[in-house]
Design a binder for this molecule. Structure first.
Ligand code: SF4
Ligand code: SF4
Ligand code: FES
Length: 360
């Protein structure tokens, strides 16, 4: 039987001692899970290892840890897969999830961060008017649209690896915003606009996400929280025309127009365009505020004065505008719901349409 080495980060905050790494060797088949490896080490070598788990079948969401630096469910990760992905001479490095305080070893305080943020988005339906005599009848396609966000098992993996949350712990975050879409996308909820306005106006709301894709990679259930955040933004900015005071929607529009015009991002225009153009009164104070960032970018040569002032509108990018024209000329916005997969079968035409795209 192969032997795997688990390098586990040990830490007991109230002990006053610094965290340290401890190696445990376990004899298990490679198809067994990292969770089984940890539980074997706990059962046979050191009963004090702290790990939270329950279902062992990727359902309850309680065994989230970081394996080789990335958040994952320990019960859904095979030992051989973790061994092959190791960047530490084959040792499987297991540590607690990020962005949440550690309670003990691999156990983090989900209440302090994850659940607090879920509560922030009012995670229940707020229907308007009296309830129907019998059940609510919901269009099938509307529920397909929220199925992806409903698949969340609240494991916190996306929260752990969210780069924005690392910089701004107040950020509402990927799991809670995916939860918010679950209700904004539900036709039974009567507070869509209020929810969207709230999350647009919050400086730590939907416009605080930096599109790093980490939450999509980390999520073991295909919820793709970043996609749900983008859906919230499109609904807020395009459908409800919410002009948030964080300037998030205008910034996004300026970004798209910048690419449309230049083919590649012309950073020097982006900031003033987000505030209505270089000579707009709102742009001047923002430019002054951003001077330290601009100076750092110049010093690190991320931007050079030549490129900033003379950006070539290159001919080869002109074709790009035809894509914009094509997309913008559509009557209805189409969005791929990548969570719904399957083959079209006879008599299943309705479902097939929804698998290809659903409007949000
Ligand atoms: S895409 Fe946005 S929400 Fe997702 S991890 Fe990155 S910053 Fe966080
Ligand atoms: S969105 Fe995915 S990664 Fe985030 S809490 Fe839900 S299941 Fe876990
Ligand atoms: S133990 Fe339930 S998800 Fe891993």
């Amino acid at each position: 039987m192969p032997e795997y080495t688990l390098k586990i980060r040990r830490y007991l905050p109230e002990s006053g001692e610094a965290p340290y790494w401890e190696d445990f060797k376990v004899d298990l088949e490679g198809h067994r899970s990292v969770l089984e490896g940890i539980l074997t080490a706990k059962g046979e070598q050191d009963g004090t290892i702290g790990i939270r788990c329950s279902c062992r079948a990727a359902i309850c969401g309680s065994c989230g840890v970081r394996i080789n630096g990335r958040a994952a469910l320990a019960c859904k990760t095979h030992l051989e897969e973790a061994h092959e992905g190791s960047q530490s001479d084959g040792d499987i490095v297991v540590e607690p999830m990020g962005n949440m305080p550690v309670l003990k070893d691999l156990i983090v305080d989900m209440d302090a961060v994850h659940w607090k943020k879920i509560q922030r988005v009012t995670p229940w339906l707020l229907p308007e008017g009296p309830p129907p005599e019998r059940e609510y009848v919901v269009p099938h396609e509307a529920m397909v649209d929220v199925t992806q966000s409903m698949a969340c098992i609240q494991c916190g993996a996306c929260v752990s690896d969210c780069l924005s949350m690392e910089v701004d712990p107040d950020f509402v975050g990927p799991a809670a915003l995916a939860k918010a879409y679950r209700f904004v996308g539900d036709p039974r909820d009567g507070q869509h606009e209020e929810r969207l306005k709230d999350l647009s106006e919050d400086p730590a709301g939907i416009y605080d996400c930096t599109h790093c894709f980490n939450c999509i990679e980390a999520c073991p259930k295909g919820v793709a929280p970043m996609n749900q955040i983008m859906r919230l933004r499109r609904l807020a900015g395009d459908d409800y025309e919410i002009e948030d005071r964080n300037n998030g929607h205008r910034h996004e529009k300026a970004f798209v127009q910048n690419i449309r015009k230049n083919g590649l991002l012309q950073e020097a225009d982006l900031l003033p365009d987000s505030y209505g153009g270089k000579f707009h009164p709102n742009a001047v104070p923002e430019l002054f505020d951003s001077l330290p960032v601009i100076m750092t970018a110049l010093m690190r040569r991320k931007v050079t004065p030549g490129k900033a002032l003379r950006h070539p509108h290159r001919k080869e990018f002109r074709n790009l505008r035809t894509y914009f024209d094509k997309i913008e000329s559509r009557d209805e916005r189409l969005e791929l719901n990548l969570y719904i997969v399957g083959e079209e079968e006879e008599g299943d035409q309705d479902i097939a349409v929804e698998t290809e795209g659903s409007s949000a």
